[in-house]
Ligand binder design. Sequence first.
Ligand code: 26V
Length: 799
Amino acid sequence: MTHREQLREEIESKLRRHYGCELAEAGRVELFRACALVLRDRLAARAVREQERRERTHARQVHYLSLEFLMGRSFLNNAFNLGMLEDMKEVLAAAGVSLNDLLEAEPDAGLGNGGLGRLAACYLDAMATLGLAATGYSIRYEHGLFKQLIVEGQQIELPDSWLDVGDVWLLPRMDEVREVRYGGHVIEEWKYGYMQPRLEGYTPVLAVPYDMLIGGYGTENVCTLRLWSAKSPVELDLNLFSRGEYLKALEQHAMAEVISKILYPDDKHIEGKSLRLKQQYFFVSATVQDIIAKHKELHGTLENFADCHVIQINDTHPAMVIPELMRIFMDEEYMSWDDAWAIVTRCVAYTNHTILPEALEQWPQSLFENNLPRIWAILHEINERFCRELWQKYPGDFLRISRMAILADGQVRMANLSVAAGFRVNGVSALHSEILRKRTFRDYAELWPDKFTNVTNGIAHRRWLCECNPALTELLTECIGDGFLTDPAAFLDFAKYADDASVRERLAKIKHANKERLAKFLRTTGHVVDIDAMFDVQVKRLHEYKRQLLNVLRILDLYLRIKDNPGGDFQPRVFLFGAKAFPGYYMAKQIIRLINSVAAFIDADPAVSRFIRVVFMENYRVTLAEKIMPAAELSEQISTAGKEASGTGNMKFMMNGALTVGTLDGANVEMCEAVGEDNMFIFGLRADEVGAYKERYSPSKLYASDPSIRAVLDLIEHGFGDGVSYHDIVQSLLVGANPDEYLLLADFHSYVDAQSRVDAVYRDPARWNRMSALNIAGSGRFCADRAVGEYARNIWRVL
Ligand code: 26V
């Protein structure tokens, strides 16, 4: 039997057994599930072998803890990595089904907000491919990030239920359920001459693990993403009803199961909600118990724990691993404080993803006291000991010690906890890591200079290039072979083809076909766009610091120029936006509304819409990004310098041949190094200029003295004929304690200039495509394989 025949048989057998139907009559979802189960079986068979290998070799294990894994769809990735894509296509085609149709049956696993969550997903792929003994841990949220609808220009949120179909990838492991305890009070007991704390009167919640298997490319290795689901241990027993305890039981039941209901849709402002704290502890406690239990099973001792495990925390959200490890080592394994601390501080490492002060996680002490009394006591002791140590080192330096303290002003500072206990702290781009050392964690970097390091982010290039842009992948393979599939350095070989006219023309053709594909999709959502216009794209979460509003300002500036000179020679462009706003973030939602008002305003004006169109694409998510990246020509990366830790969308665009207009922020700096300033459109203040500039900055003076800025702001103030006022947006730029916090008006002219340079190059296709080729060639260093390789060698010490 050929592979293909065998695959067909397996699919048929799944259909018969699970859905009682034949291939010819299967519905789309049934067929999707059957095919997915076949892929899952293959992964499971490999996983069993991998587990045996890990146990045999005692390989040092990596545990990647993240409250978010923005996985998107898995079908194509699994088929690709298993080398089964062509067979799958053929078998389906023979049954009259197109693979692309089948893929549409899969919902996105949207278990993340944005960059931080998608990065975790990209890293799983790389960890599996590099053959690391790695496991990801997170929560099996019943509802991922909300689904966004645009109604009358405004964002509406609908719940996202991905599990109906998405559960096909998940393997429940009922034999590895853990119990997590909340509330209660600590009793101190003397046992064997030691004081032994014990929790009483607590509320138990069960953590049920569901495993998603992640296959590597070109290897047999499989990694696991373990997602915890909360379940109440309380059976709702009607007998309790008669005793009047039914309501109490019902309440406990509901409290337990709400824990893994929903992903918090905020990705910046911390809110200090007790449910979020409970989620974090639920996830951390179940994970730590899991790691320790398995370690003991395998080794029978905890003495070698730090040699066998490294725990990477994705931002501070899982930072409670620190006190939770201490709790179990001391209270359940009877270790001394010093022995426990010596282990913990050798195996936890921390990645920071943002320096925005409002996102630095802090929790009110009272939340810990009430919900996690034993964890609170341990945090208190960690802080005491740490501050005492600091006092020895810096006697009398109150200010420094209070800046570095873990507890202060009734708050628990999770970043300080992570830096104090972590053996390594890294930022996510060279610039960001430098800002961490010089500003955010300056005191710590003085104390422990060797603790701080950088690992610039990377993306899963097989997903973000090979799977979503097969035509470009084919061209690359023709030119440089297929080494780049597993060797990021090989991309560089493509540079020499930048001067080959036939390759440049192929690039242009591929881009055109991808634009057509996106345009076709956009038509199904009610948007008609001109494929010959430049596709100018800004897709990312909506945040003031990311400056979608600056993009709108220059679109309106262009609008006014066209109105002034209707016969002029303007480069046609389609301005594409995609962004979700945190539901409680007023200004972000206003900006979405503004983009939609401007879109309609331009549409209604034929003199302008013959040149430019604005489209707001609804419900931006991984699956939509996979359609957008291959079709984009211009990538907007325009954050205020110093604010965007890295960016990863920027890398996806670059790898797909888009050119970048951007500030020297985050990883843009390194992209610019990789391709040279001539091959990017850089503008705006630099990170080291922003501080001094702000001292003397007056946006209202700029408004008064600068006619083009004034004209654009007046246009917004005046409104777009739809009865919506954007007065508040204009106000945020001109008045208040901190007007134009993100320096839009300061960078406005520099940005407009950069856009004219873009137009000039676009008019010369040979030059544009040459730059495009050089960008693709320079994108290799932004592969997740490279980034994870650096973690593995320099932090985890497993390669
Ligand atoms: C904060 C909070 C606060 C509490 C509620 C839930 C929540 C979720 C996430 C966050 C922090 C998000 C930080 C983040 O996404 N940073 C992004 O990380 C990317 C990967 O390193 C990086 O490329 C982006 O520049 C950075 O903004």
